[in-house]
Design a protein around this ligand. Sequence first.
Ligand SMILES: Nc1ncnc2c1ncn2[C@@H]1O[C@H](COP(=O)(O)OP(=O)(O)OP(=O)(O)O)[C@@H](O)[C@H]1O
Ligand SMILES: [Mg+2]
Length: 226
Amino acid sequence: MYDIQDLTRVYHMGRVGVRALDGVSFTVGDGDMVAIMGRSGSGKSTLLRQLGLLDKPTSGKIIFDGREVTRLSERERARLRLKYLGYVFQEYALLGELTAHQNVYLPGMMLGQKKVDYRARAKELLEVVGLGARTRHYPRELSGGEQQRVAIARALINNPRVLFADEPCANLDTISSRMVMETLVKLNHEMGLTIVFVSHDPEDKRYARSLVLLSDGTIEKVVMLV
Ligand SMILES: Nc1ncnc2c1ncn2[C@@H]1O[C@H](COP(=O)(O)OP(=O)(O)OP(=O)(O)O)[C@@H](O)[C@H]1O
Ligand SMILES: [Mg+2]
């Protein structure tokens, strides 16, 4: 699904350049669940942002479904993001004045789905993430782990091809973290969703099918786990 070729991302800070990614190549298969790991500053978030089309590499290519996406216009990339890619971040980013149900269906409304469809689909997705009994709760009435699972449901409303998660459990306790990770595993195993997640907890590799280990912006190793 993804073919990443010789990806480099240099951040320019005045005259100094930070080489956050340096010649990274690997592939992500359909139905894969990839863990990106490495020390703080090794380039994990930078890599995820390139794959998620949230940032552009300095050089190198990203082929998504046979199509080079690195050089598309910003408008075309935005369309691909909304239609095919889902994102979950460390800080949930739910809208406080909307209920769990409304938060989940908002991107479906934005993409122009029919109201009856996105409302029903949002309910279904909240069931999938184990929150069928929390649809009318506002974010402040939910635990951190529950908010993160609402964010996962929201990322799925437009039936993305890939789900990206950058340290989705960084703000959570052990039990909530496990529920969030098990939710991702369920989506991968039962619905065949391709998932790429970042974690700095080596234990989390038990949830993945393959592991990309970064070190100073380069790939130290790629390990197949199943
Ligand atoms: N917007 C930016 N401008 C300049 N340098 C940046 C920027 N974002 C990241 N960097 C630098 O690029 C390198 C990689 O950063 P990145 O955020 O990808 O690391 P990370 O592996 O996600 O780290 P962490 O585990 O702490 O989240 C770091 O040295 C960082 O300081
Ligand atoms: Mg990071």
